[in-house]
Design a protein around this ligand. Structure first.
Ligand SMILES: O=P(O)(O)OC[C@H]1O[C@H](OP(=O)(O)OP(=O)(O)O)[C@H](O)[C@@H]1O
Ligand SMILES: O=c1cc[nH]c(=O)[nH]1
Length: 183
């Protein structure tokens, strides 16, 4: 494995991007009441936790959090592993009548988000669903867009955006890699 081509976000820039997103969430929803944050495995979960902490600091509201594994909802499930690894889905509150903010690290083709929407709607009928991502790298294959974006990053398909977070990787950084350099 060689080195990344570029650092896209430093730890400070990740922190500032999440602070800005928290302000945008409050502005758009006129506060943080009645919201829920649901992180998509893997790194959407710590990002949802960090946003919940910021909303609590800013608004004094405890926003409920959940986690979603979308594996069984993938549109290519039959082509992935023979026995796919299913991770935990845990949404310990009723999503009905809440505005759910789905949180993920990278938005690319949009297929993960499409699966997440299916998974969420199986849990109930939220008042609305919004999407927050740390990086939108383009190349959508479905009509999906994010409501809150930390960084819009035009990329080539031969590149990979690698988000690393303290909670999962021991460090906060977003890097741009050439796919062939990662193999
Ligand atoms: O818009 P898409 O084309 O669906 O790509 C985005 C998804 O890809 C990555 O997840 P990955 O499947 O690598 O799983 P991981 O987060 O558990 O590593 C990323 O975390 C997003 O969830
Ligand atoms: O570049 C990409 C594409 C999908 N998911 C990622 O985490 N990075």
């Amino acid at each position: 494995m060689t080195a990344p081509k570029a650092t896209i976000l430093s730890a400070d820039e990740i922190r500032r991007a999440l602070t800005r997103i928290a302000h945008e969430i409050i502005e758009r929803n006129k506060g943080a009441e009645n919201l829920a944050l649901i992180g998509v495995h893997t790194r959407g979960i710590p990002l949802a936790t960090r946003l919940a902490e910021k909303l609590s600091e800013l608004e004094g509201v405890d926003v409920p959090r959940g986690m979603l594994d979308i594996t069984l909802y993938r549109d290519d499930l039959s082509e992935v592993a023979h026995q796919p690894i299913i991770r935990e889905t845990n949404v310990p509150f009723d999503i009905a009548r809440r505005r759910v903010i789905l949180v993920d690290d990278v938005l690319y083709t949009g297929r993960t988000v499409r699966s997440a929407l299916d998974a969420l709607i199986d849990l109930g009928r939220p008042e609305g669903i919004q999407l927050a991502v740390l990086v939108d790298r383009g190349h959508r294959e479905l009509p999906i867009r994010a409501d809150y974006v930390g960084k819009n990053l035009p990329t080539a398909k031969s590149e990979v955006v690698k988000v690393k977070l303290e909670e999962t990787d021991g460090v906060d950084i977003v890097e741009l890699w050439e796919l062939e350099d990662m193999q």
